[in-house]
Ligand binder design. Structure first.
Ligand code: SF4
Length: 380
């Protein structure tokens, strides 16, 4: 396929957080990072209330397994921060918030290897060098890796013999134990920091120019499995949120009916109600195979200033009739999905470009499509 732009559109070099929200078309986007992929029921209910009081009534699940409240008025930000602090969801400062860019497998149990390793890593954060804001970590140390498809510069996984610390871009990693994990992580982070430059700010880029030290690429992790699908798990009920958007009032009602003790978050637009069976709900996806699970769509217009088209209503209407993965993007920036989709509709100047088997920034197969034409059966 011919590429319309030489490179994918550039994305901002920082991630919005609670301390440093991002301005969008509908107000501030305030992102909250969980510890151990878990919010207690009190914290989850508090976030629902904050989304209803200060945001647009939805809590978004992000692809870094964070939660975000959007549509916050700038003058309400300080009050929101105070409320997050009361819920013990605010880091001491923006630097600490940046360092805590960690995705954790949601299926850990209290006191297990993952739980212990997360504690170790959280205690090591202050000893990390100053790293670019997007540099992140994954702790994927359940029985088999399930977060392989998610981006991370440093990743802990199980190997047949124990644990492995793997740098992004390498199939093999460095064997470690629980006792050596902290020092190995710090050593790898400092090595990365010494070798990065202005154009190579992520581990995979650095490794295109520099080889890792001997012994850091000797051990394969256990074969990974695909991410889970909605349904009951040993940890609780795993539910899907279309487009990652969780209706705060509906989530609040679920907590009230199930008495779930906690919410766990994932990077797959799924959330887990800890310790309960699958509840009855029409707001969320409870079974595998729902067409909306195969659809990505960013907020689009009028919520994002860069969008000239509405996205999610169109995506919802198209979902049952599209084969394969559908991506509806408000513009070529492609916030909702970085990898290719079978069918991509990308907004430009008020109409859509159609790209088959590609990205929003690829050369389109068709241009100038209106929603009416698309819904009337344009050959997608
Ligand atoms: S992809 Fe969507 S959310 Fe991202 S900038 Fe474009 S319109 Fe906005």
């Amino acid at each position: 396929m011919t590429v319309r732009a030489a490179q994918p559109p550039q994305i901002k070099g920082w991630c919005p957080g609670a301390h440093r929200p991002m301005m969008s078309g509908d107000g501030l986007v305030v992102r909250i990072r969980p510890r151990r992929a878990r919010f207690t029921a009190e914290q989850a209910l508090g976030l629902c209330d904050l989304a209803l009081d200060y945001g647009n009534g939805f809590v978004d699940l992000t692809n870094r397994a964070n939660l975000q409240i959007r549509g916050v008025a700038p003058e309400a930000h300080e009050m929101l921060l105070q409320a997050l602090n009361k819920l013990a969801l605010l880091d001491a400062d923006p630097a600490q918030e940046n360092r805590r860019n960690i995705i954790v497998t949601p299926f850990w149990r209290a006191g297990d290897l993952t739980d212990r390793l997360v504690r170790t890593v959280l205690h090591a954060l202050d000893a990390l060098p100053e790293l670019p804001a997007k540099v992140g970590m994954i702790i994927d140390t359940g029985p088999v890796p399930i977060l392989t498809g998610n981006s991370a510069d440093f990743r802990f996984e199980r190997s047949p013999e124990g644990l492995v610390l793997r740098a992004d871009g390498c199939a093999l990693g460095r064997p470690v134990t629980e006792a050596t994990a902290r020092d190995a992580l710090l050593e790898m982070a400092h090595w990365f920091d010494r070798h990065r430059d202005e154009t190579r700010r992520r581990m995979a880029n650095v490794l295109t120019r520099h080889a890792l030290p001997q012994g850091w690429t000797t051990t394969a992790p256990i074969q990974n499995q695909p991410p889970p699908v909605p349904g009951e798990t040993q940890t609780g009920a795993l539910l899907g949120a279309p487009f990652g958007q969780v209706d705060a009032a509906a989530l609040r009602a679920l907590f009230e009916t199930t008495n779930a003790p906690a919410l766990r978050v994932t990077p797959w637009r799924l959330f887990l109600l800890e310790g309960v069976e699958m509840p009855q709900t029409s707001h969320f996806i409870t079974t595998p195979g729902d067409p909306l699970l195969a659809v990505d769509a960013c907020p689009g217009a009028p919520f994002c200033p860069q969008a000239s088209v509405e996205t999610r209503e169109l995506a919802r209407a198209l979902a049952p009739n599209i084969k394969g993965r559908l991506h509806v993007s408000g513009c070529a920036k492609s916030c909702a999905r970085r990898t290719a989709a079978d069918t991509t509709l990308s907004g430009r100047d008020g109409t859509f470009d159609l790209v088959k088997n590609g990205h929003p920034w690829d050369e389109p197969d068709k241009t100038g499509l209106t929603p009416d034409v698309i819904l009337a059966g344009a050959d997608l």
